[in-house]
Ligand binder design. Structure first.
Ligand code: AHG
Ligand code: MN
Ligand code: MN
Ligand code: MN
Length: 334
């Protein structure tokens, strides 16, 4: 008989890595896992129920919200509210932090930043979407948490992860001691350990970028893309181009196979498009924990001091050898 370890069992075992832990982080991760199953259920039957299409509101990013953006946001916030381990949530879908001021969470010490549904443009056409989360410990004591409590640099994350609602649904997370992946077994409704200790290969043959933006990229980025396309047998070029348009799905593939994901600054998006607090930081933490690298072109993503909740950052992340190669092109243009 095949034995498998559920996410719940794994989390409890791993608590031993943190001898002074009281189980709060474990419970928080469990709550996120539960909300992920609820969202997964809705994503799976999306074409059958009235949950596709626009919600009719514009979020703080200026994007039209999809019904599933709103639904996923509600589910994760509700799970965090009823779990009692989180004092405040920063979500892509809310301009301001959502304060969780309940009896249960009055002294909660964790802060969650979340992209409830990543890959909105893919929702209506049955292409993989995801969820990204990032967890910080609250530094200040007493009173309600402030924006300053949330705006910590990525290096201070205590855990981060993503869920990819793909051909199967997976939850991948790190608490700073490597990266582990769990596949949802729908027959028993449990995430089961399927990808222990994920390592991103030091070199890959996949580059992922929205090439429709090519004319808006800097010379260094343009030259790197041409480099990826050149014939050079010893370095196994040309590389393969793969771009889904859901950060989670693009990163998940490159994490397993090796590759680089880039979303550079452009004229229309001078700081890139992806959001630092709930897209770049959690993904950068996971990639580094898997042995890869993540930079904004000048510095390590995890060292960026955030100035605002929804700030954007350029990003270049993935296999170390490939990130080093693009840095060479970026340095040459400075
Ligand atoms: P979200 O759906 O959470 O707003 O994120 C969209 C992001 C990300 O998933 C993806 O990598 C990127 O936008 C795609 O942007 P382009 O369509 O500009 O390539
Ligand atoms: Mn996103
Ligand atoms: Mn989103
Ligand atoms: Mn969005």
């Amino acid at each position: 008989m095949t034995t498998f370890k559920t996410l719940g069992q794994f989390i409890i075992e791993k608590q031993a890595d943190f001898p002074y832990a009281k189980g709060e982080l474990s419970r928080l991760l469990r709550d996120i896992g539960i909300a992920a199953k609820v969202v997964n259920r809705e994503v799976n039957k999306a074409g059958l129920v009235d949950i596709l299409g626009d919600a009719g509101q514009i979020n703080v990013q200026g994007e039209g919200q999809k019904k599933l953006d709103v639904y996923a946001d509600e589910q994760f916030i509700r799970a965090l509210q009823s779990g009692g381990e989180c004092c405040v949530v920063a979500s892509e879908e809310h301009e301001l932090p959502v304060d969780i001021d309940s009896e249960l969470s009055r002294n909660a010490k964790y802060i969650v930043c979340i992209d409830p549904l990543d890959g909105s443009s893919n929702i209506d056409v049955n292409v993989s979407v995801g969820t990204i989360f990032s967890i910080y410990r609250r530094d200040s004591l007493g009173g309600r948490p402030t924006l300053k409590d949330i705006l910590q640099k990525g290096d201070k994350q205590v855990a981060a992860g993503y869920i990819v609602y793909g051909s199967s649904t997976m939850l991948v997370y790190t608490t700073g001691k490597g990266v582990n992946g769990f596949t949802l077994d729908p027959s028993i409704g449990e995430f089961c350990l399927s990808h222990p200790e994920i390592r991103v290969p030091a070199m890959g043959q996949i580059y992922s970028v929205n090439e429709g933006n090519y004319s808006k990229f800097s010379d260094g980025v343009k030259k790197y893309i041409k480099y990826c396309q050149e014939n050079d047998a010893p370095s196994q070029r040309p590389y393969t181009s793969r771009y889904i348009g859901s950060l989670v799905a693009d990163i998940h593939r490159n994490l397993l196979l090796g590759g680089i994901f880039i979303y550079p600054a452009t004229r229309t998006h001078p700081n890139g498009k992806l959001r630092l607090m709930y897209e770049c930081n959690p993904i950068a933490f996971i990639i580094e924990q898997a042995g890869g690298r993540a930079t904004d072109g000048c510095m390590r993503i995890l060292d960026i001091e955030p100035g605002s909740l929804h700030q954007r950052s350029a990003c270049f992340m993935g296999s170390t050898g490939m990130v080093a190669a693009i840095e060479h092109f970026l340095d040459a243009e400075r």
